[in-house]
Design a protein around this ligand. Structure first.
Ligand SMILES: Cc1cc2nc3c(=O)[nH]c(=O)nc-3n(C[C@H](O)[C@H](O)[C@H](O)COP(=O)(O)OP(=O)(O)OC[C@H]3O[C@@H](n4cnc5c(N)ncnc54)[C@H](O)[C@@H]3O)c2cc1C
Length: 398
């Protein structure tokens, strides 16, 4: 037996023995665990599952052991995730800490910052939010104006952040601030960390059409940020911001894996809800074509992802594909949600955003949310601009 096969067997045995039965049941959106000081545990098994996985370092399996990770290489990490999927084990923890800030800190943080923040992220003790966008600085993020003045041992931060996901539930924010107003816009930005409980930080939830608010406007009024919370060099935050966006976009491209597994595949929905001909085919030819086209895209994306993974293993992963995956993955989610609503017809008018019964309650909520995925983390148009410029070498659109 190869080392990897041996590893797969050990992983499967461990998961079988340690994943509580209720953590192997299909999750709803409410079952996602974000952790943090304000987290309210409604399910003791979810807490136990997080603790067991965190003790193994498997909430962040590919991080170094000294920062709370599992120290696994890329192939072992893939095996772990595959086994979790095969056995139906839920992800024990998700959120901005493990998906975005952690990888950026591993690359750009000081030793002290890594030791301070990474283990708490890995154990789900601290929940993070992302202070990037501002009114007037979304796609054109480098135009941000949130100001950090140098006051000797600290920065004094003033400004507003918008669309801050779960800012009212987070413990800390990673935030882009302008530390030089004279320099070229990308050259005057710094990347800082601060506690949401700091005096002068306030949040206001933004009501959404779905009825549930996941976002806030965040106001920063004379917020004192100690100098040791600057990540990387002063005025060099844009490099870190971009590196973090790559991790965010990777996650967005694979968003489907953190969504509740729908009860049916698209084909099964079609077979349940659409008129069929005698030979079992969907009678409506246009609908048949849309379904086939969706399945073909899905297949092509999966094969391309596999190829990119293998290229990564061989040592020549091209970061630029992340923009393509973000674009295709989220647009595909949108098309799929569109398709399911059309298949369900009137049934899709029922409503419960938190349910996982897409055919009964969630389809329309998911259809609305899917439009947001093509904006969050950089809109589809912006991804296409990046692909055009950096992958295809076309002239700048502006
Ligand atoms: C679900 C969700 C979660 C989010 N969470 C966070 C968060 O936690 N933290 C955070 O900081 N931000 C967050 N955002 C904000 C997100 O990053 C911005 O919405 C996004 O970058 C777009 O910026 P904008 O909303 O200002 O739109 P704009 O930049 O004003 O864009 C408006 C439209 O113009 C198009 N456009 C803009 N520039 C170009 C161009 N050069 N070429 C072609 N088309 C262009 C865009 O594609 C879009 O269709 C979130 C957004 C969503 C939807």
């Amino acid at each position: 037996m190869s080392d990897l096969e041996q590893f797969r067997v050990e992983v499967a045995d461990w998961l079988e023995a340690n994943c509580p039965a209720s953590m192997r049941v299909k999750p709803t959106l409410k079952d996602n665990v974000y952790g943090g000081r304000k987290w309210v545990w409604e399910n003791a098994d979810a807490k136990l599952w997080l603790e067991r996985m965190a003790d193994k370092g498997w909430t962040v399996p590919d991080w170094p052991v000294e920062y709370g990770g599992g120290g696994l290489d890329a192939k072992q990490t893939k095996i772990l995730f595959k086994e979790m999927t095969r056995l139906g084990c839920r992800k024990p923890l998700i959120g901005h800490g493990i998906m975005m800030l952690g990888p950026a800190l591993l690359e750009h943080g000081s030793e002290q910052q890594k030791q301070e923040h990474l283990p708490k992220i890995a154990r789900g003790e601290i929940r993070w939010c992302q202070g990037y966008s501002e009114p007037g600085a979304g796609s054109d993020l480098a135009s941000l104006r949130c100001k950090a003045e140098d006051k000797g041992d600290h920065f004094l931060v003033n400004g507003q952040k918008s669309w801050t996901t779960d800012a009212d539930k987070a413990d800390w924010m990673f935030c882009l601030v302008r530390t030089d107003f004279e320099a070229k816009k990308q050259a005057g930005i710094s990347f800082v960390l601060f506690e949401m409980a700091t005096a002068g930080v306030s949040t206001r939830p933004v009501p959404l059409i779905t009825g549930v608010s996941h976002f806030c406007d965040t106001f920063l009024d004379n917020v004192v940020v100690p100098k040791e919370n600057l990540v990387g060099e002063l005025n060099k935050g844009w490099t870190i911001a971009k590196a973090l966006l790559v991790h965010e976009r990777k996650h967005m491209a694979d968003l489907e894996s953190s969504m509740p597994t729908p009860r049916y595949s698209v084909v099964e929905y079609a077979k349940h809800y659409l008129p069929l001909s005698d030979d079992g085919k969907v009678r409506d030819g246009v609908m048949r074509q849309r379904i086939v086209s969706h399945l073909m895209t899905k297949q092509v994306v999966e094969l391309t992802e596999r190829r990119a993974f293998e290229e990564g293993m061989a040592g020549y992963f091209d970061m630029r594909v992340v923009n393509i995956f973000k674009y295709v993955g989220t647009e595909d989610q949108k098309d799929k949600a569109d398709l399911i609503v059309d298949i369900l017809g009137l049934t899709a008018t029922r409503w419960d955003e938190e349910s996982n019964e897409a055919d009964l309650y969630r389809a329309t909520a998911e259809w609305m949310s899917s439009k947001a995925y093509t904006i969050a983390g950089g809109s589809s148009e912006v991804q296409l601009n990046v692909v055009a410029k950096h992958s295809l070498g076309l002239p700048d659109a502006q």
